[in-house]
Write a protein that binds this ligand. Structure first.
Ligand code: SAT
Ligand code: MN
Length: 597
């Protein structure tokens, strides 16, 4: 196939990388099913994957116990000036970082195949789409990329002889000497792992990890970190947002884009089954939105991905039946448990807990074992087209017009079920001060409260202060077409530690209120933190929610919010120095005034 490639610069880059990494051979991916099947056969033969008897064309992989999630502590934004990476990113000088990594890359693919994956983020013909070329030595990565992105010949055709692409270099960092037996999940030790971004030259270098966002470089690395920097330069938005279409009983359509941190229920909200009669929900994307202003002045969003890389534990017919129906066949499972009859299992799945499974580490596990059988960040990789509620317009090249932005996170206390921004600047303030308890999607402590602005803390490829300004600028450009902005918290608990809100399909009640706010059809009260629904403004019919729970869900505690405001001022905004837009300081002052501080 190499001889068919007409893009001289691309061939040159591949040759240079091959010389550096010294693979046994080079394979150009064509994205076909037979290519996928061959790679899966290879993985099965080498005991890297287990075919599942109960799910057609589906496979289970178990990762190395040290390589189970994104690694924020080894993720770098490498810009000429440190200030351009900003206070929320880890920075290294590009010359230094490239020198360290070039040494690691030297000979790192010995005994392996170098795969060249031409992929498109977004429908190939979409004016919003971007092309990437990932080089990897991991068949697991190639198969995942087949599902998560549009891969192959069509992409190369679009690239032509001199089209632009984003180079994404990946190696698991585990060369094989002649005759050496491979392990089932080769990877490099922690101190050699690097997930590096050079936004000034749209370049990604990743080394040492084979897991998720560290290795499937189209996702967080390209579609968020590099794309956010491109979007800033080019006047569009790359956001960590699901995209959802809601249709009300009168047939009016609303599009919602919602940002929540990793493992906070984006996939569940993206596929929700409304509990309120007559409302319909359809999924467009579950993780990333690329948004451009069209000639009508409205923001249009596409989902740049082609599949779902969803958190498995907790997914069930009860919590997300559409996700369960999306994963019946053609799925890659990672770090789930294996049942005795050849199916997968995880904590929170419907039905009985099995008596015996093989756990994610490959060991026998029996019911009652204190350790979970599936890793908390176990994942399924499934084609988006298999989702029963995928929107017929999910691949529309021009995207869908966004009416509502939502921000949120996991907060056991303080933050009420929902509040609405007073205006665009206030909405940007809500995004900029978003906070959440950390989850297993990143290697590190779980449950720690942190600021996660716009759910982009791990994914913004430049100075977050400049990113805040970009949001303000986009609002100025949109004017009256700017979507309304809301903030939600599905995770508030009572004093006994019980969830106050049922979540999942019942979240449609909150979305209904938002749509009615957009239409000017329902009421709200002004509170120090924003507009909020009165109990009678929410459609709670058929929900058995105690009045005490409802009161607590909608309660704004001024003292707790004074503490929040002080935390924003002293521990958060202060980090951004002169890159913090004045308009956000004004929003903080206005909040403090409303709180009587
Ligand atoms: O591993 S990923 O980065 O793709 C998943 C996530 O953190 O959202
Ligand atoms: Mn995500």
């Amino acid at each position: 196939m190499n001889s068919d490639i007409k893009h001289e610069q691309l061939k040159k880059w591949i040759n240079e990388v091959a010389e550096l990494c010294q693979p046994d051979q080079v394979h150009w991916c064509d994205g076909t099913k037979s290519e996928y099947d061959q790679l899966m056969n290879f993985a099965v033969q080498h005991q890297m994957a287990t075919p599942l008897k109960k799910r057609a064309n589906s496979f289970l992989f178990r990762s190395h116990p040290s390589d189970v999630a994104r690694l924020e502590s080894r993720t770098y934004i490498s810009t000429t000036n440190k200030e351009d990476a900003g206070p929320t990113n880890i920075w290294l000088d590009p010359v230094e970082l490239k020198s360290i990594m070039s040494k690691l890359y030297t000979g790192c693919m010995r005994g392996r195949t170098l795969y060249v994956i031409p992929f498109s983020m977004g429908p190939v013909q979409s004016p919003i789409a971007k092309i990437g070329i990932e080089i990897t030595d991991s068949p697991y990565v190639v198969c995942n990329m087949h599902i998560m992105t549009r891969v192959g010949t069509e992409v190369l055709k679009k690239l032509g002889t001199n089209g632009e692409y984003i180079p994404c270099l990946h190696s698991i960092g585990s060369p094989l000497s002649p005759g050496q037996k491979d392990s089932s999940w080769p990877c490099a030790p922690l101190e050699d792992k690097y997930i590096s971004h050079f936004p000034e030259e749209n370049l990604i270098w990743s080394y040492g990890s084979g897991y998720g966002g560290n290795a499937l470089l189209g996702k967080k690395c390209l579609a968020l970190r590099i794309a956010s920097a491109m979007a800033k330069r080019e006047g569009w938005m790359a956001e960590h947002m699901l995209i959802l279409r809601l249709t009300n009983p009168q047939g009016k359509i609303f599009h919602i884009a919602a940002a929540f941190p990793s493992a906070c229920g984006k996939t569940n909200l993206a596929m929700l089954t409304p509990v309120i009669p007559g409302w319909k929900a359809e999924c467009i994307g579950d993780d990333i939105a690329w948004i451009k202003l069209a000639s009508d002045g409205k923001p249009y969003a596409i989902n740049p991905e082609y599949g779902f890389f969803g958190v498995a534990p907790g997914t069930s017919y009860e919590s997300n039946s559409s996700a369960m129906d999306s994963i019946k066949e053609n799925v890659i499972f990672t770090n789930c448990a294996l049942t005795d009859d050849g199916d997968i299992w995880w904590e929170g799945m419907d039905g009985e807990v099995p008596n015996h499974v093989i756990d994610w580490k490959g060991n026998d596990w029996t019911r009652g074992n204190k350790e979970p059988a599936a890793h908390a960040n176990a994942r399924f990789t499934a084609p988006a087209r298999q989702c029963p509620v995928i929107c017929p317009d999910w691949e529309k090249v021009e995207g869908v017009p966004i009416d509502i932005f939502i921000f949120g996170g996991r907060r056991a206390s303080v933050v009420p079920l929902v509040h609405e921004a007073y205006n665009w600047d206030h909405g940007v303030f809500l995004g900029a001060t978003a906070s959440s308890e950390t989850t297993a999607a990143n290697i590190g402590a779980v449950g720690n409260l942190r600021r996660d602005p716009f759910a982009m803390q791990p994914f913004c490829g430049y100075n977050m202060g400049d990113y805040f300004q970009h949001w303000l600028d986009m609002g100025d450009r949109m004017g009256k077409n700017a979507p309304k902005i809301f903030y939600v918290n599905w995770f508030r608990k009572n004093a006994e530690g019980k969830w106050l809100w049922p979540g999942f399909g019942d979240n449609s009640r909150v979305l209904k209120w938002m749509c009615e706010r957009v239409e000017g059809k329902t009421g709200a009260v002004e509170t120090p933190i924003g507009y909020m629904p009165r109990p009678e403004d929410l459609d709670l019919s058929g929900l058995n929610l105690s009045p005490e729970f409802l009161t607590e869900l909608l309660r704004v505690d001024p003292v707790a919010w004074q503490t929040e405001a002080a935390d924003v001022e002293k521990n958060h905004f202060v980090k951004f120095g002169n890159r913090l837009p004045k308009r956000l300081t004004q929003q903080l002052d206005a909040l403090k005034k409303r709180l009587g501080v």
